[in-house]
Ligand binder design. Structure first.
Ligand code: NAD
Length: 336
């Protein structure tokens, strides 16, 4: 049976990626919406044929417990609200998919995992790149040592927010938890970890200079960091909200070869190359594959391949990066 998904938060990602992807999925479908905006509710109801009874707002959301059309709640809100809505969904006995980054702190992320366990529901993170052929190939190349052991990694994910509005949650620490490290740098953390198939031991980080103070009153403008793995393997990473180049890189040097995805993290147009030539994979609808896989796991009462625990791990790494950056690059060992 196809599982019903309710999207919580009808912003850009829900509107432009998830709802269209849910028209292509086989194991799940768009069954409900949770929104603070009555006018958006009207548009979505008619566009996607959603009955009035499957429309909730942030206040009456808990009544979703009584709705048998909805099996999965997908939290697509600004980061600071992920924990609240994940926990409320778990208490309503719904499985949860939560967008990245999972939470604003590792403690909050752990509480989300605990709430899902206590209520007997599954939690997965919206880590779409695990369902996409270029990044899956990187996991194989690195983890299966196809070109020998990995010796070093480079990862960069940056954008340019400095031409846009100042009034956005991504620039507000209270709602975003942090700046580009939370939003984009998490892809570099993920990329390095899935290249290695291992957790990093320690990190060293530095904040970049603030050259656009009007935008970065609250969150960092950029960060550069190193993640240290066993055997001295180092991933050099960077993220920024003020980079006109907009980097999207994941590359590695191994004993007998190298590989590079560029762009690695965008929804479309990924490209990859190894020391043996161009990678040849189709661009797929990764959000559709992601949700189909997660719904299938949930229906079998199994963990997703990107479970809540993976989100907790990544929050611990990110918090160690912030700690190191606040302490001028001091080496911080990560406690898992
Ligand atoms: P957005 O700003 O476009 O949408 C946010 C939604 O939350 C809006 O509908 C807004 O009305 C609602 N909202 C409720 N309370 C709010 C408040 N107090 N302040 C601001 N908005 C509030 O953001 P988005 O780009 O859709 O991102 C939402 C989530 O999805 C984030 O966690 C983000 O990291 C994640 N995301 C993931 C991907 C991915 O590739 N996996 C891509 C984009 C966004």
């Amino acid at each position: 049976k196809s599982m019903g998904i309710a999207l919580v938060g009808l912003g850009r990602y829900s509107t432009n990626q998830l709802a269209p992807a849910l028209q292509e999925t086989e194991n799940c479908h768009l069954a409900g919406i949770v929104t603070g905006s009555p006018s958006k509710a009207e548009v979505w109801k008619s566009k996607y044929n959603i009955p009035e009874g499957n429309v909730y707002n942030y206040d009456n959301f808990d009544e979703i417990a009584n709705n048998n059309d909805i099996d999965i709640v997908y939290v697509v809100l600004p980061i600071a609200f992920h924990a609240e809505f994940t926990i409320r969904a778990a208490e309503a006995k719904k499985h949860v998919i939560c967008e990245k980054p999972m939470a604003t702190t590792a403690e909050e992320a752990q509480r989300m995992v605990d709430a899902c366990n206590a209520n007997g529901v599954k939690l997965a993170i919206g880590y779409r790149l695990h369902f996409e052929p270029f990044n899956k190939r990187v996991m194989e190349l690195g983890q299966n040592k196809i070109f020998g052991k990995v010796k070093s990694i480079k990862a960069a994910d940056s954008s340019d927010m400095t031409g846009g509005s100042l009034d956005v949650w991504r620039l507000d620490k209270e709602r975003a938890g942090g700046g580009p490290l939370m939003d984009l740098g998490i892809y570099c953390v993920q990329g390095a970890v899935y290249t290695m198939g291992k957790k990093p031991i320690a990190v060293k980080a530095e904040f970049g200079e603030i050259t656009h103070p009007a935008y970065f009153r609250d969150v960092e403008q950029s960060v550069k960091w190193e993640m240290e793995f066993e055997d001295g393997v180092v991933a050099e990473c960077e993220t920024s909200y003020a980079d006109p180049e907009g980097k999207k890189l994941l590359s590695a040097e191994a004993e007998n070869g190298w590989w590079k995805l560029d762009p690695a993290y965008s929804y479309e147009g990924k490209e990859g190359e190894t020391s043996e030539g161009k990678m040849d994979f189709p661009n797929v609808y990764e959000q559709a594959i992601q949700m189909d896989s997660q719904a299938e796991s949930f229906s079998k009462n199994q963990e997703s391949i990107v479970p809540g625990e993976m989100g907790v791990r990544d929050m611990k790494i990110i918090m160690a990066i912030y700690e190191s950056a606040r302490n001028n690059g001091e080496r911080v060992e990560i406690q898992y």
